[in-house]
Design a protein around this ligand. Structure first.
Ligand code: G6P
Length: 481
């Protein structure tokens, strides 16, 4: 039991707002993570004394969690508002099965429709063991939240790692107001039904344990409602946006998380970004620049993006020597073989492009595989064209961030399967992400767009991208409770 003052606002997510590192002298240093959730809560949570429950993801995190009095790490003075973090030190085997096998290899794959269904998924005895770990992991979050929460507190539970937590928490603490928010797409009902029936029911009923379930777009919310109706036989009201099941009603909301304009513009003007911008300018000269920034993630469609760029160079020699593609593909989820293979495929095609077109005077492709946020911001500033072509994506914040930071107007090539399409579609060049030929044509159109139109579109894209700030997005979730 914690000895701290109980919190009236709580957030729960697998990855927390900060991570710890062990320095050479053995001391622990704290690092703030990126992303809208951190900035949203840091600003909106000011003065609320919010507590954020997350998993300890490294040995350094575990040490910090063990050393914290009563488990709470006070982050005051770390650019995160008056936030405290409770990092859960979960048994590594349990964590690996819950995070790698269930969250990332099953639920992520279902919602992004990533399976090659001729051979996968296989739901066997091993899967059942992994599922039991996921239940234990979600239960650990529910127990910590129940321990930290003041009577009647508001709790917002984030994402597919924690689908069971809302119902578990309600059973422990019926007095709380509980929200769940999905940052991913939601699978269409016929695809969601790949899951074993009892598991599919548990996931839906777990989320329906919340008073409010939020999604990034109308499309994902509609898919969730279809699943509730078809899998659970729940009573769904699409006008009122409610689901009635097991004697309770859950409200369904759409909150389209936007880019954090103030944070991005300020961060993008700091000296570390200026230095990287100078280096990139030196490398590209006065050539046009196509930028993409992603985790090396199966759903981001980096391979087809590179194939489209190669076809552009093959089919339109006028671009030889006149364009550079800056592709940042940062490491992600390397415990999973699919991600390691995908990373190798990206690097293979990048090398082929370099071998085919590179000469002593022109490097057609600059690929960076190590995460560097200031360098990404520098590329955002330089971009003439942004390529965002995921095969499926909850929102895609890069599509929203680039127009905000871009200096000379940036044409956006955008997949119609990204959540951001609902808001940015009218001013983007929209592609079917599977159609490489159409993507090649879109890149050509974007590179050829006249400057006046590009600037006009960028202004409208930036306005749409920042319509719902992370601060407001977070407050909306609390309001909904
Ligand atoms: C997506 C998920 C987040 C997750 C992020 C990075 O955006 O919605 O919940 O934190 O990917 O993935 P990782 O596995 O590195 O946390």
């Amino acid at each position: 039991m914690t000895s701290h003052v109980p919190a009236s606002v709580l957030v729960a997510s697998n990855r927390g707002p900060v991570s710890f590192r062990t320095e050479d002298d053995g001391s622990l240093s704290v690092h703030r993570g990126g992303g809208g959730l951190v900035s949203g809560l840091s600003a909106a949570g000011q003065g609320t004394g919010a507590v954020w429950v997350c998993a300890a993801l490294s040995e350094a995190d575990r040490t910090a969690a063990r050393e914290a009095p009563s488990g709470r790490i006070d982050l005051a003075g770390h650019d995160t508002g008056d936030l405290a973090v409770r990092m859960l030190d979960i048994d590594p085997g349990t964590f690996a099965r819950a995070y790698n096998a269930i969250a990332n290899s099953t639920l992520w794959f279902v919602h992004h429709m990533l399976y090659d269904t001729a051979t996968k998924p296989v739901f066997d005895g091993r899967f059942r063991k992994e599922w039991a770990s996921y239940e234990a992991y979600d239960a650990a979050f529910a127990a910590a939240l129940a321990d930290e929460a003041a009577p009647g507190a508001q709790v917002v539970v984030q994402d597919y790692h924690l689908t069971l937590t809302p119902l578990m928490l309600r059973r422990l603490r019926p007095d709380l107001r509980i929200g769940h928010f999905s940052h991913t797409p939601w699978a269409p009902a016929e695809y969601f039904r790949l899951l074993p029936d009892d598991i599919a029911r548990m996931v839906l009923e777990g989320i329906l344990g919340a008073d409010h379930a939020g999604f990034l777009t109308r499309r994902w919310a509609a898919a969730f409602l279809d699943c509730c109706e078809q899998v659970l036989g729940a009573e769904v009201d699409r006008t009122a946006m409610t689901v009635r099941h097991g004697g309770r009603t859950t409200e369904i909301g759409v909150h389209g998380l936007g880019a954090d304009a103030d944070f991005l513009r300020e961060r993008a003007s700091r000296p570390d970004v200026e230095a990287r911008l100078a280096a990139l300018r030196e490398a590209v000269g006065d050539r046009k620049v196509i930028v993409r920034v992603d985790r090396t993630e199966l759903s981001k469609n980096i391979v087809r993006g590179l194939l489209a760029y190669r076809d552009l160079l093959r089919g339109r020699p006028e671009w030889h020597g006149n364009v550079v593609h800056i592709a940042f593909a940062y490491p992600s989820r390397h415990d999973l073989p699919e991600y390691r293979e995908y990373t190798a495929a990206v690097q293979r095609i990048a090398k082929e492009i370099d071998d085919e077109f590179g000469d002593g005077t022109w490097q057609p492709l600059i690929l960076h595989v190590n995460d560097d946020f200031p360098r990404s911001l520098a590329a955002y500033r330089l971009a003439d064209v942004a390529l965002v072509n995921p095969i499926r994506d909850g929102m895609n914040l890069v599509a929203k961030e680039i127009p905000v930071v871009s200096e000379r107007g940036c044409a956006l090539v955008l997949s119609r399967e990204a959540g951001a399409y609902e808001e940015l579609g009218p001013d983007a060049i929209v592609v079917n992400p599977f159609d490489v030929t159409a993507t090649t044509e879109a890149l050509h159109e974007a590179l050829s767009m006249d400057e006046g139109e590009r600037l006009e579109r960028t202004k409208r894209l930036a306005a749409a991208a920042t319509a719902l700030s992370p601060q407001q997005w977070f407050l909306d979730q609390l309001d909904a409770l």
